[in-house]
Design a binder for this molecule. Structure first.
Ligand code: HEC
Length: 134
């Protein structure tokens, strides 16, 4: 009986581990399919920059490099101008991070109570304008 319980626990934790790994490696496959409905016009980018300055600059820095005056240190805010997107690089995935946050203990909290969906898409378009396009 004891042996059986141990076996059961082992298979449970193996399943949990596998699920965790898949999530980290794949970004957010569901959000990745969301199409950005806002065209990256100069107006959208300008509005995105404004919203970024209000909601993100104090942590991510005015250039998006992760060097804002109130930047947490462990981990520091991501550099939003490099080609590395730990949580997915599509517009839809970036939207989901801004709206819902990274989760767990991350300092990157969801901002959907402060920003409208259009604000968030404008920010995505602004980030594309200061970083790599894909
Ligand atoms: C309180 C500070 C803080 C604020 C405000 C903040 N962020 Fe972050 N952000 C972080 C930190 C810290 C990380 C890295 C978190 C981690 O890896 O757990 C991060 C990560 C991210 C990522 C993931 C980058 C990647 O490589 O996958 C994106 C995208 C992002 N932030 C965008 C934004 C945007 C856009 C705003 C404003 C709407 C914003 N953040 C506001 C601290 C902040």
């Amino acid at each position: 009986m004891r042996g059986l319980t141990i076996l059961f626990c082992l298979s449970l934790s193996a399943g949990a581990l596998a699920a965790g790994t898949a999530e980290q490696a794949g970004g957010n496959p569901k959000a990745a399919t969301t199409v950005n409905p806002v065209k990256p016009t100069p107006q959208s980018i300008a509005k995105g920059k404004q919203a970024f300055n209000k909601a993100c600059r104090h942590c991510h820095g005015s250039g998006g490099k992760g060097d804002g005056p109130l930047a947490p240190t462990n981990p520091p805010p991501a550099d939003l101008t490099d080609a590395t997107w730990d949580h997915g690089s599509t517009d839809g995935e970036i939207f989901a991070i801004i709206a819902n946050g990274i989760g767990g203990k991350s300092e990157m909290k969801g901002l959907k109570s402060e920003l409208t969906p259009t604000d968030i898409w404008n920010i995505v378009n602004f980030l594309r304008s200061i970083g790599p396009t894909s």
